[in-house]
Design a protein around this ligand. Structure first.
Ligand SMILES: CC(C)(COP(=O)(O)OP(=O)(O)OC[C@H]1O[C@@H](n2cnc3c(N)ncnc32)[C@H](O)[C@@H]1OP(=O)(O)O)[C@@H](O)C(=O)NCCC(=O)NCCS
Length: 425
């Protein structure tokens, strides 16, 4: 959204370079052009559309480094706010996006300088989590850890999909503007199967519908109808899949088994028509469409993961306290009273439980005694987000360990979670 509060940040980095946030429409054009150079024209256009039209992402969330002599943008990244749900609790999430530095300026700490400002802004805006779908390894140095599934995919060969059926229960057609209310409802229903997901309101749907064509994120939307021509689901087919020549689906609503069969037949027909050699489903591992594809012989090819950083662990735990309390109520620990210590080596988290309520979370430095669980701070994200249990992490990380009478409580507080994030732009 093209909105500036007149509080643009501007800091001297020395060597003729200035660190600042986007301050006007001219900056938007310069940052879009910069992204075209670094990531390609479709990404440059995506930056422009987001800055101009996204209902929740402000143009001044983009940070840049400018060479004062030439006026050129030499490095940039951005902060995008999302709203996620974690087991029913709303979380404010700050995505780091569109990271890049001109080749001539790499290795001089320009991203590092922008990440410092980014983290200040995360805290100012009260973000509970920060995420990035970034290149491997690099973001570890800024405290990020792999913690939410991304690009999970199965590959289905076209010959594995049965041919057309007589009198199909469901049919598919490209969605149109009039299907908008159904799409909004079907997205909400799709999130019922997930413990961690991104909220997508009507305004965001409208942005995706109207503004993603012509950008890197463009995707066709197909509606699934039952025999009565009522909406029974939808799926999206990516125009610019990042990986390989397969026909790629990156979003699907809840589908009945019959509807899933119809979608697979439709995808196979599209792939044949367009010359795609196979179908790739980039989707939650346990959704009906993936299960139906696996029943036909689709092969799971693994995936990547969102990298997550927790700006303020006590603030996050306070935000998810009602979810933690619900887990305790449903367990043998109902009515729990104890102080549970999670030791993060440089500091400890103390979770004060009183009669089943998490009444306070303290941040203690120095870290004090070992407590019940100890783990490097960056590994807190995968444990809280139910991506890896502490036991799974401990198999390869000797600095992860738990001991004492409260160890079984850890499994109650931090169970495996079904997490999947559909895009908001
Ligand atoms: C990756 C990229 C953004 C790094 O930008 P940069 O301005 O050179 O980064 P910085 O100098 O601030 O990097 C900070 C540190 O990481 C190191 N580093 C740089 N690239 C790295 C990489 N790919 N892997 C690991 N470390 C790396 C730097 O040497 C520096 O180390 P130091 O602080 O110990 O000196 C840049 O190489 C780039 O634009 N690449 C192409 C586009 C891209 O891949 N973007 C990321 C998309 S998620």
């Amino acid at each position: 959204m093209l909105s500036f509060d007149g509080l643009a940040i501007r800091r001297d980095l020395g060597h003729g370079l200035t660190l600042r946030t986007i301050a006007d429409e001219g900056d938007v054009e310069r940052v879009a052009a910069f992204n075209t150079v670094i990531h390609g024209a479709n990404v440059g256009e995506l930056v422009r559309r987001i800055c101009m039209h996204h209902p929740h992402i402000r143009a001044d969330g983009f940070i840049l480094v400018q060479d004062e002599a030439t006026g050129q943008v030499v490095s940039s990244l951005s902060l995008h706010p999302w709203r996620w749900r974690y087991a029913g609790q709303e979380l404010l999430v700050g995505e780091m996006g569109f990271v890049g530095t001109l080749e001539s300026h790499r290795g001089r700490g320009l991203v590092r300088a922008q990440v410092s400002l980014f983290k200040e802004l995360l805290r100012e805006q009260g973000c509970h989590l920060s995420i990035i779908q970034g290149i491997p390894y690099y973001y570890r140095q800024f405290g990020y850890e792999y913690a939410v599934p991304l690009e999970n995919h199965v590959r289905l060969e076209l010959h594995q999909v049965p041919g057309p059926v007589d009198a199909p229960t469901h049919t598919c057609r490209p969605a149109g503007q009039s299907d908008f209310p159904a799409l909004v409802r079907l997205y909400t229903e799709a999130t019922w199967d997930l413990d961690v997901y991104a909220e997508r309101d009507k305004a965001t749907w409208r942005y995706i519908w109207e503004q993603s064509p012509g950008t890197e994120m463009e995707a066709e939307v197909w509606l699934v109808e039952d025999r009565a021509r009522q909406p029974a689901g939808y799926f999206r087919v990516q125009k610019h899949p990042l990986y390989g020549p397969g026909l790629t689906t990156n979003e699907v609503s809840r589908l009945s088994p019959d509807a899933a069969g119809a979608v697979l037949r439709q995808l196979a027909a599209l792939a044949r028509e367009r010359g795609n050699p196979f179908i790739r489903l980039n989707l939650p591992a346990d959704c009906m469409l993936v299960r139906a594809a696996q029943a036909l012989g689709a092969v799971n090819q693994g995936g990547y993961a969102w990298q997550v950083y927790i700006p303020d662990p006590p603030q996050l735990l306070r935000a998810i306290a009602p979810a933690l309390e619900r887990r305790v109520v449903d367990s043998v620990y109902a009515g729990l009273t104890t102080d549970l210590r999670i030791h993060l080596f440089r500091a400890s988290l103390l979770l004060r439980w009183r009669t089943g309520r998490l009444v306070d979370v303290e941040w203690l430095t120095p870290a004090g005694d070992w407590g019940t669980l100890r783990l490097p701070a960056s590994l807190l994200a995968p444990v809280i987000l139910g991506h890896w249990s502490w036991q799974e992490l401990a198999r390869t990380r000797p600095d992860v360990a738990a001991s004492g009478e409260w160890v079984p409580l850890l499994d109650v507080l931090f169970p495996p979670l079904r997490a999947y994030i559909y895009q908001i732009y």
